[in-house]
Design a protein around this ligand. Structure first.
Ligand code: SF4
Ligand code: SF4
Length: 409
């Protein structure tokens, strides 16, 4: 069924800029790096094809149809194409604008409405999120995961991360750096131990870590799903919340949030650092223990492609005595998580995940580490589904901190 509301109109305030679209010279060098093209072999599911469709649509040569929207929907937003493009196409910005247009023109369907309402009503409100976390924990305890949306993908929730009393984690001695820390929206619920490890490492590196009490979700998931207005509201709120204090850098331990802050927050972006980027820069004290583990590393797309951070996490992992880092094939190809993509495009997501699991298991690693909660959740769910609970998934901070724990093996 054609679902045309406003045919040919691709000129909303958030539409991709002509100059951005025109940077594509159609060379095709991005095609084989694109996960959806690698799987389908279709030009329309490639970066070049999507840019071509958006350009024709914007010129009025193509009407808006649900079929056209589906090609935009199927993009993971992984930005692998952006990283390999010799022409500097700002694909992340283009696809966010394209998605905003799709959402503006498309007749609301139940699934996209549900996603948008869930984002606006939950992620932007820490208190409501904590309540949902408590209810989800109760459902998991009672074995009622079927009642929870995406219940089988979620990790077992234990407790929510709480910043230290007074909102400051002190440095062990005179502080070398005063850093702010983004707690984010779902990460305190899903992976509290990753935050604990990240803060502990920052303290070991001589940082005083400050948590602005009024901070909210950074808005990355809003922007990736075409709700740029919702993303702007959160940006304005957070720029005010963080702007009230003085700090050297704002440290982020979630790749998707870090990339969004760097790109979308004009007043904060230049002071944002991924945790691995910052620890690699300032240095950690010598590790105290060996950690005898065979480890592989999955590049989070928004770390390696959007932030171009490839070597820093690997250097940190290799610095731990006892760890054997085994590179997996295609480690910088998306795992299929991509924010809410797994929920919105489950078939393509699981096809991409299956290829990732084959590469991962071929390394015979005991632990796979990554730097983004979405990747962590996707890999855990995939390994569970294959019955491979012997392979642990961890945030890179959780692995590194083991070298500073008395219980490390
Ligand atoms: S996006 Fe870049 S790499 Fe891909 S076809 Fe266009 S210019 Fe070439
Ligand atoms: S963002 Fe990822 S999925 Fe989308 S076109 Fe680029 S490489 Fe392909």
């Amino acid at each position: 069924m054609l679902d045309i509301r406003d045919p040919g109109t691709f000129q909303g305030p958030d539409a991709p800029a002509d100059d951005d679209l025109a940077t594509c010279v159609h060379c095709g060098l991005c095609l084989n790096a694109c996960p959806t093209y690698r799987i389908t072999g279709l030009e329309t599911e490639s970066p070049r094809g999507r840019i071509y469709l958006m350009t024709r649509w914007k010129r009025g040569d193509l009407p808006f149809t649900e079929e056209l929207a589906r090609h935009i929907d199927l993009c993971l937003g992984c930005r692998t194409c952006e990283a390999v493009c010799p022409s500097g196409v700002p694909y992340g910005r283009i696809i966010e604008g394209g998605r905003a247009e799709v959402e503006r023109l498309r007749r609301p369907n139940p699934r996209s409405l549900l996603v948008r309402q869930a984002l606006r009503r939950l992620l932007a409100h820490p208190g409501r999120l904590r309540t949902v976390g408590a209810l989800t924990r109760a459902a998991q305890t009672l074995g009622l995961t079927g009642l929870v949306p995406q219940g089988r993908t979620l990790p077992r929730l234990t407790r929510a991360y709480r910043p230290p009393r007074g909102g400051v984690a002190p440095a062990p001695g005179p502080p070398r750096h005063r850093v702010a820390f983004l707690t984010g929206c779902v990460m305190p619920l899903l992976y509290p131990s990753a935050h604990e490890a990240a803060v502990r490492l920052l303290q070991l590196a001589g940082c005083e870590v400050w948590f602005p009490s009024d901070q909210r979700c950074c808005g990355a998931l809003f922007a990736h799903n075409g709700d740029l207005e919702g993303a702007r509201q959160l940006r304005d709120h957070n720029q005010h919340a963080f702007g009230m204090e003085d700090f050297d850098v704002l440290v982020v331990d979630s790749a998707g949030c870090g990339a969004h802050l760097k790109d979308f927050y004009p007043n904060l972006g230049r002071r944002v650092r991924d945790l691995t980027e910052f620890l690699d820069e300032i240095g950690l004290p010598p590790p105290e223990h060996e950690v005898r583990l065979r480890v592989t590393y999955q590049d989070a797309c928004h770390l390696v492609h959007a932030q171009r951070i490839r070597h820093q996490p690997r250097r940190l992992i290799r610095s731990i005595p006892g760890v054997g880092l085994v590179e997996m094939a295609h480690s910088d190809i998306c795992c299929g998580a991509a924010g809410l993509y797994g929920a919105l495009q489950p078939q393509m997501s699981s096809r991409i995940l299956e290829e990732k699991l084959d590469d991962l298991l071929a390394t015979e690693a005991q632990v796979v580490v990554t730097a983004n909660p979405g990747c962590q959740m996707q890999l855990e769910a995939g390994l569970r589904a294959r019955g491979r609970t012997d392979v642990r998934v961890a945030h890179v901070a959780e692995l590194i901190v083991e070298a500073y724990r008395p219980s490390a093996t």
